[in-house]
Design a protein around this ligand. Structure first.
Ligand SMILES: [Fe+2]
Length: 456
């Protein structure tokens, strides 16, 4: 079922999530109940003691109406049972299906690299009845999110094992990955599935899924503090550009950072690569350009894992198209250098003593991009020389270095675009309190805005 086919009852778009009020999750339950009955196992009472739904009744479109706009005595999820929930055996089968349909995992299997048995880690599900309920709803009503969750969980487990972490830690990281986005089921679908740009308040609402996941898991038997911390940190970044707490590297846990990198590469693949027919191998240059954001060790391990699997490099260009490709890449290289220089000049010209946290975050991003630039070979003379010779010599093939560089350039454009948009949002929000700084930023941004348009 597509998101547009949902007849969501809740229109309270940006309200703060309250487990004692019914919202998006209840709507998913109603949709599920059409083919998998949802049974009320305890009387559902309002906070004032009013009986809203009696034990043994069924949850459906009609009965849910009595719960709307009420504050319940206890969370709905504790008072219901789904007739057929996902079992440990089902989860194992779904993971095996994901391995079969994912190029990277399949390549490992074909090369006969042993994949650790998933059976013992899946077994834990039988001790987590609420997680069973949530996964059942997610698999049926938000299948895309469920498929991504499975993929993130496999990556997280294999990265942890590659780091040679103890088996118990690997299991906890796997379960953090399985549960990390449960909060998404409570995000307003009109925002979750919105195709256009999100407003700042819509972004905040979407980002709240991390804290909702944390609240759903807190105090749940079988969920350890390690799992909970990793879930809460899955969108945090080592360079303090993450959310919800903008923690720095020294404040972050290893399990949280393994989950973060696994979630990021799956996000890159599903959100950006899959529709463009791009390959898992292309994740490497993208990660390379994002090293400041993730734990270096986990970046290195993902790169080594993908290289070892010998996934093919994409055929970026070949034959007679090579000289023109090299010429275009040279121009793009120059364009990126100029764009970056303008951004850096604009953001650093205002100094660092302003005490504005958001402006500091923007300045941090530009400094991290500068570090990435320096560490990469994108602006090195060698690359320019080989591109110039390819453009002039009628070359008919490109080297692996140039192929990776072209992907890194795309990634760099993505980052410059993102930073430019962040700057634009900061300037237009009027949050800057110093008029002199605002004027200077606005002046600098006039030049930068031209780059945003050209890169679209
Ligand atoms: Fe998330």
């Amino acid at each position: 079922m597509s998101p547009n086919q949902h007849s969501f009852v809740s229109n309270d778009t940006l309200s703060v999530w309250n487990p004692l009020q019914v919202g998006a999750y209840a709507d998913y339950l109603v949709l599920l109940s059409a083919h998998n009955p949802v049974i009320v196992v305890d009387d559902i009472l309002a906070q004032d003691g009013e009986l809203l739904l009696a034990q043994a009744s069924l949850l459906n479109q009609k009965s849910i109406a009595s719960l709307k706009n009420k504050t319940l005595a206890r969370p709905l999820v504790d008072s219901i049972r789904i007739e057929k929930t996902i079992t440990a055996a089902d989860l194992l089968q779904h993971l095996l299906d994901t391995i079969r349909s994912t190029e990277y995992f399949q390549s490992m299997v074909e090369r006969k690299q042993p994949l650790t048995s998933l059976e013992p880690v899946c077994e834990v599900l039988s001790q987590l009845p609420l997680v069973q309920q949530f996964l059942t709803v997610m698999a049926a009503q938000m299948n895309d999110l469920y498929q991504r969750t499975l993929c993130v969980s496999l990556w997280s487990l294999y990265i942890a094992q590659e780091m040679r972490l103890p088996a118990q830690d690997c299991g906890e990281i796997f379960w953090a990955a399985i549960t990390h986005d449960l909060g998404m089921m409570h995000v307003n679908p009109q925002i979750l599935y919105k195709t256009g740009d999100l407003s700042a308040s819509e972004w905040r609402h979407l980002q709240s899924h991390v804290e909702i996941s944390g609240k759903l898991l807190a105090d749940m038997p079988g969920i350890s503090p390690t799992i909970l911390t990793a879930v809460l940190e899955h969108h945090e970044r080592c360079d303090a550009t993450g959310y919800p707490s903008a923690k720095v590297e020294s404040e972050l846990s290893i399990p949280g950072q393994i989950l973060a990198v696994a979630d990021a590469i799956v996000g890159i693949y599903f959100n950006r690569f899959k529709a463009q027919g791009r390959r898992w191998r292309e994740v490497i240059p993208v990660l390379e350009m994002n090293r400041a954001a993730y734990l270096y060790r986990s970046c290195d391990i993902v790169t080594a894992m993908i290289l070892r699997s010998e996934l093919p490099l994409p055929n970026v260009v070949s034959g007679s198209g090579v000289p023109e490709f090299a010429e275009r890449m040279l121009q793009e290289n120059l364009h990126l250098q100029n764009w970056f220089t303008q951004l850096r000049e604009c953001l650093t010209s205002v100094g660092y003593t302003h005490g504005d946290r958001k402006l500091h975050a923007l300045q941090n991003v530009v400094l991290h991009i500068a570090t990435t630039f320096k560490g990469s070979f994108l602006f090195k003379e060698d690359l320019r020389e080989s591109l110039e010779s390819m453009a002039g010599d009628e070359a008919n093939a490109i080297s692996k270095v140039v192929a990776d560089a072209s992907l890194m350039q795309q990634e760099m454009a993505f980052h410059l675009h993102r930073l430019s948009r962040m700057m634009q949002m900061y300037i237009s929000s009027g949050e800057g309190k110093d008029p002199k700084i605002n004027k200077r930023l606005q002046g600098g941004f006039t030049k930068i805005s031209g780059y945003i348009g050209r890169s679209n």
